[in-house]
Write a protein that binds this ligand. Structure first.
Ligand SMILES: Cc1cc2nc3c(=O)[nH]c(=O)nc-3n(C[C@H](O)[C@H](O)[C@H](O)COP(=O)(O)OP(=O)(O)OC[C@H]3O[C@@H](n4cnc5c(N)ncnc54)[C@H](O)[C@@H]3O)c2cc1C
Length: 281
């Protein structure tokens, strides 16, 4: 099995153009598991974790996070999103965070991928590049099913980009234990006070990451009434209604990690917690 360790982006894109059966390798924390269990048999491998352009990030009003930025690096240098940092902190163990990348999370595209609800709630764009040019795909159109995306075989995920949404954003994950765990249900909530925008996205609760548009509308009305610059204090009735709207947006299944009913219950609880946390932010 030929393995090319690319050092330049153009070199990697030429390799993908010439051999579309190539499997991309970043940190290997998903791919090596597939190889070890015999579920993947790549014809060729292209390692992209040494390509500078994929390891670079930029902050400011428009945030850009390179695909090959590891969770450890993101936590050390900052990600331009508090919710993304919270999500990164929950991924695996220090070893997994040292090798695993956001691009790999997008490449695997599991409904349980921890960065994905955050990218959805931020209205992030996934930047894809091939030798033919660049495509910028809104996250809502990127993921098409469990472990399926619109990425073409000759394209690399080069970055994710989003508008800085300010401090009122959070990620909450519930698993079967408190660490080293795949989410039973997760939720990202963003209240962008400057743009008067609310994003709520759910993980592990459907075939793709799901948005909760009715719940987003409900929170927008609460912010309109309270004033977008003021702390938001939730009544018990409002918290219950938010939980109901978020649960209703889910399309969960029963599996080894939890039942559909439990997932809906969890979502209702963590939605209230997330909003209480953000109300003060
Ligand atoms: C013990 C353990 C615990 C884990 N815990 C968590 C967890 O808590 N939360 C979570 O979300 N995940 C978890 N994971 C899964 C994994 O760590 C993450 O999905 C991680 O982000 C994968 O990144 P990677 O760089 O290792 O990807 P890789 O394994 O290198 O690649 C993953 C997939 O993405 C593709 N790919 C990678 N980079 C690119 C690119 N730039 N362009 C195009 N395609 C690309 C690869 O071809 C492959 O299909 C865990 C894994 C293990 C083994």
């Amino acid at each position: 099995m030929p393995v090319l360790i690319a050092r330049r982006l153009d070199e990697a894109l030429d390799e993908l153009a010439a051999h579309p059966d190539t499997t991309v390798l970043a940190g290997g924390t998903d791919l090596m598991v597939e190889l070890n269990f015999g579920r993947a048999r790549p014809a060729r491998v292209l390692a992209v974790d040494r390509i500078d352009e994929l390891r670079q990030s930029a902050g400011g009003s428009r945030v850009r996070l390179g695909a090959a930025v590891t969770y450890a690096r993101l936590l050390r240098d900052g990600a331009g999103s508090r919710a993304l940092e919270e999500a990164a902190r929950t991924v695996g163990s220090p070893q997994i965070r040292g090798a695993g990348t956001v691009g790999g999370n997008l490449g695997t595209c599991s409904p349980a991928g921890d960065t994905l609800p955050v990218l959805a709630a931020l209205d992030a764009v996934v930047v894809l590049r091939s030798a033919r040019g660049e495509r910028r795909v809104p996250f809502a159109e990127f993921m098409t099913g469990p472990k399926r995306s619109v990425r073409r075989s000759d394209e690399l995920i080069v970055a994710a980009e989003w508008d800085d949404a300010g401090p009122a954003q959070t990620f909450v994950k519930v698993g079967t234990r408190n660490a080293m765990v795949i989410a039973v249900a997760s939720l990202a909530m963003v209240i962008d006070r400057a743009r008067r925008r609310v994003g709520i996205a759910l993980g592990s609760c459907g075939p793709t990451i799901l948005r909760a548009p009715d719940a987003e509308r409900f929170v927008r009305v609460l912010c309109d009434e309270a004033g977008w610059d003021r702390p938001l204090r939730l009544s018990e009735a409002e918290r219950t209604e938010l939980g109901r709207l978020v649960s209703a947006a889910a399309r969960p299944i029963d599996d080894v990690r939890g039942t559909s009913a439990y997932r809906r219950h969890v979502l209702g609880v963590i939605a209230g917690r997330a909003l209480a946390r953000l109300g003060a932010a």
